[in-house]
Design a protein around this ligand. Structure first.
Ligand SMILES: [Zn+2]
Length: 822
């Protein structure tokens, strides 16, 4: 029954959590705040019109570390909850008023940029309670108005529509109104020296809030906003539900973006120049795009429907918000770039989930066994969830699927829902029972693992095909899966066989000799595939027209690793679709022979897509050959090359450990690029080199005052130098830094070091950190260090042995390759 809980996600003391219920309804909230930018403080009056569900109901508000200055009724405050007791009867309506002051440690952030201060809030999951008393549960929805007083000439934005801006001496008062009922975590404010640009998208007012330090390049990030809005409105069958959509760019944001209704806040990291997006061509460059903000724009916009209009009633059901936003992001890719790009995004999402599954834990997408709400915002909720929705779409067909989405959104608009509500709508529109699907993919951990093999018998002129379900204990024991197989015969015949897999094992006979068999050619089913195909067959399948068949062929060839497989993979570097080329490059990197390296370098100039080139460069980092290092060095200093490719070259060059790399990487610390990716690549490359001079440089970048992107990279990279005194000292300090990203980098460094001496510092994070993501990661690292200590010497010995075996295997493959060639 392990599949009902998963593995390593819930710690022993974890208890089930349930949505909160309230004895009162909130009719409306009115908030009046004055923001003190210089002192990082806020003072306010919040009024709630509330209605009693029963006589004597207590109005319970969440309010952490707030100074209560006065309340309209009898109250009790314990530092976390404010209980207000009006004398009232069931059905009666009263207004309760709280005057308060706060200097928030989280939830409301103040960032200085030169002479300016930027303030932004982040409510999700449960952080608004640090700066305003409110019933902080997603299943409560109410309309609100917010008036914000700021010094001139600051701009203050919030959700909804602007009612007015008043002057009050040397201050400005902005009055915003959110007329639709919304969950409290979606309430947001931002204050700063913003330039505000506006345009119309149909009836909707689009706004862009840009910090004064951002120039005209902001347009590269946002030029598609209206197209994305029109696409989502049309696909979902529900027009964009609000009057306005603002995208607000702020410094030091602690996420990529946050979907506050009509007022999305985004990191300034999303701003980039033309070269970051289109390194080799004019703008736009859909076919050859490198970095792009559009996935982020699409993701946050998708939340305006899934998350804001219809909201998960508790964090356990966060799939309603995050799986949909991630899936709709992929649908925008399909609309703007085509089917293969969409499928490859889903394929990549599955691989990202697999990374979390194999390195961290497994859990059912829907689980109420968690402690920190932020914990469930993981690769299961986002990426795996998006693949599950893609599978549902494939199973029901696009038309029925869309009808389900429209019905769901219309039926539950402005309400809080759970995954059962979703199931019932899909059952209704499809006229099918879907419990089997929900049980396997929403309520169970893991995923199917299919081992597929076939043999041809000359004697019988028939092939025996065998499919086995080999998933582990933390996955559903026997999945029921509709599955298609594409069979291409030697004599040119082709057929697609549809079957239902509902046993551990299934086998059948084909008459004639297959050239190859491709499992699930349309990539409709979420699964891990273990293809055991004959070499010739995998080589032939590389030519198939279906993307997923070619990706499958690459996986089979990677496992094979023979010179013939290397030749075939080298050919796949020139595939029409860059995703196949990338996978082939990664595969060649893993094979790692001299032959494979030569093929990678040879193909580089003819590979057009920057992301495929990045994969080639990354693959070259797996080898210590001089010719690879020299090649990487040239790419690193080529100013016409993509920033991201050059950053990868810096990292890879460090990994080759050639002595000239140090000089080269030091020079790369002077190149500027989007998000300083080249400098960061150079820091990581230096850490790979591991020299004393490299350590000196990386330590310098880990110091206070260095821009966050560089500092966090340096802190994390320090782990590569091992648990030396000066390294541990910096990591220890970074674990207490006030910048979230620096602390997170320090936890990541601790994960790599698994150093017992860091245990007290990590334990302090578990107890004290204000950010739930850090508390969770620190806990995982502590568990891993303890386990590593238990295994002790045994662990170290095994690690060294594996490393030695890997090196020997590579040498052996090299020798085989040379023999073949001569
Ligand atoms: Zn999201």
């Amino acid at each position: 029954m392990k599949y009902l809980v998963g593995r390593d996600f819930a710690f022993p003391e974890y208890l089930p959590r349930h949505p909160r219920s309230y004895d009162f309804d909130v009719v409306k909230m009115s908030l009046d705040v004055e923001v003190d930018l210089e002192n990082g403080a806020v003072e306010g009056v919040v009024k709630y019109v509330v209605r009693a569900k029963k006589s004597g109901a207590v109005v319970v508000l969440d309010a952490v570390d707030i100074e209560v200055l006065g309340v309209s009724h009898d109250y009790f405050y314990d530092g976390a909850k404010l209980e207000i007791r009006p004398e009232w009867k069931s059905g009666e309506q009263v207004e309760v008023v709280v005057r308060y002051r706060a200097r928030p440690r989280v939830g409301m952030f103040f960032v200085r940029r030169g002479k300016e201060v930027y303030m932004w809030t982040q409510g999700e999951t449960e952080y608004n309670r640090y700066w305003v008393p409110l019933p902080d549960s997603p299943n409560v929805k109410f309309p609100w108005s917010v008036s914000i007083t700021v010094p001139k000439p600051y701009v203050a934005g919030s959700n909804g529509v602007l009612v007015e801006v008043k002057e009050r001496g040397d201050k400005l008062v902005y009055v915003w109104e959110m007329r639709h009922p919304m969950s409290p975590y979606l309430l947001a404010l931002a204050v700063g020296n913003f330039k505000v640009y506006k345009e119309k998208c149909g009836d909707v007012e689009l706004e862009y809030y840009l910090p004064s330090y951002v120039g005209e390049e902001w347009k590269f990030s946002f030029y598609n906003t209206c197209s994305i809005m029109q696409f989502l409105s049309q696909y979902l069958g529900v027009p964009y539900p609000y009057e306005r959509y603002a995208q607000v760019v702020v410094p030091e944001f602690i996420y990529g973006g946050m979907e506050n209704t009509t007022f999305t806040i985004l990191t300034d990291w999303t701003i980039h120049d033309k070269h970051a997006q289109c390194p080799y061509s004019g703008f736009p460059c859909l076919e050859l795009e490198d970095f792009s903000s559009h996935p982020l724009v699409a993701h946050e916009m998708a939340h305006m429907w899934f998350g804001d209009l219809v909201t998960a009633k508790d964090w356990a059901h966060i799939t309603i918000n995050e799986s949909f936003a991630t899936f709709l992001e992929a649908l925008w890719t399909e609309r703007s770039k085509g089917r293969d790009e969409y499928l490859y995004e889903i394929y990549t999402n599955f691989k990202i989930y697999l990374g979390e599954y194999s390195r961290r834990y497994s859990r059912p997408i829907v689980t109420n066994i968690y402690k920190i709400p932020d914990e469930v915002f993981d690769r299961h909720a986002y990426e795996k969830g998006s693949v599950v929705l893609h599978m549902l779409r494939s199973l029901l067909g696009d038309e029925v699927f869309r009808r389900g989405l429209k019905t769901f959104l219309e039926r539950y608009r402005y309400k809080a829902v759970d995954v059962e509500d979703l199931r019932k709508v899909f059952e209704e529109v499809s006229e099918r029972d879907l419990e089997w699907f929900w049980n396997q993919f929403f309520y169970s951990a893991g995923h199917p693992v299919l081992k597929v093999s076939w043999n041809y018998s000359m004697e019988d002129k028939a092939a025996r095909v065998q499919i086995r379900q080999t998933q582990g204990e933390d996955s559903f024991p026997v999945y029921t899966l509709p599955l298609e197989l594409k069979i291409v015969y030697e004599d040119g015949r082709r057929e697609v066989k549809s079957l239902v897999l509902n046993d551990k094992e299934l086998s059948f006979t084909l008459h004639g000799k297959p050239k190859y068999i491709c499992v699930d050619p349309g990539f409709k089913i979420l699964k891990s595939l273990d293809p055991q195909y004959p070499l010739e067959s995998a080589v032939a399948m590389l030519e198939d027209e279906d993307l997923y068949c070619r990706l499958q062929a690459v996986e089979a060839l990677k496992k094979n690793g023979s010179p013939k497989a290397v030749d075939a993979l080298a050919k796949a570097l020139r595939d029409n679709f860059w995703g196949v080329a990338s996978e082939a490059a990664k595969a060649l990197g893993e094979v790692g022979t001299a032959e494979a390296v030569a093929k990678l370098i040879e193909a580089y100039p003819v590979v057009a897509h920057p992301r495929a080139r990045r994969a080639i460069i990354e693959a070259l980092g797996n080898t210590r050959r001089r010719e690879a290092a020299e090649f990487l060095d040239r790419v690193l200093h080529d100013v016409g090359e993509s920033y991201y490719v050059r950053a990868e070259a810096a990292r890879a060059l460090g990994k080759t450990r050639w002595e000239f790399a140090e000089h080269s990487l030091r020079k790369a610390l002077e190149y500027s690029s989007h998000l300083e990716v080249i400098k960061r690549g150079a820091l990581e490359g230096l850490a790979e080199l591991g020299s004393e001079e490299a350590l000196r440089l990386v330590l310098k970048y880990a110091e206070e005052g260095v821009p966050t992107v560089l500092r966090m990279t340096a802190v994390q990279a320090l782990a590569k130098f091992g648990p030396r005194r000066e390294v541990l000292e910096v990591i220890r300090r970074a674990l207490r830094d006030e910048n979230f990203r620096v602390r997170y980098a320090a936890v990541a460094a601790a994960l790599e070091l698994l150093e017992p001496r860091l245990l007290p510092d990590l334990e302090e994070r578990i107890e004290r950190d204000l950010d739930g993501r850090i508390r969770r990661m620190a806990r995982e690292v502590v568990e891993k260090i303890r386990k590593a200590m238990e295994r002790g010497a045994e662990y170290q010995r095994l690690r060294e042995e594996v490393e030695k075996l890997r090196e020997e295997y590579r040498k052996l493959l090299d020798r085989v390759a040379r023999l073949e060639r001569v």
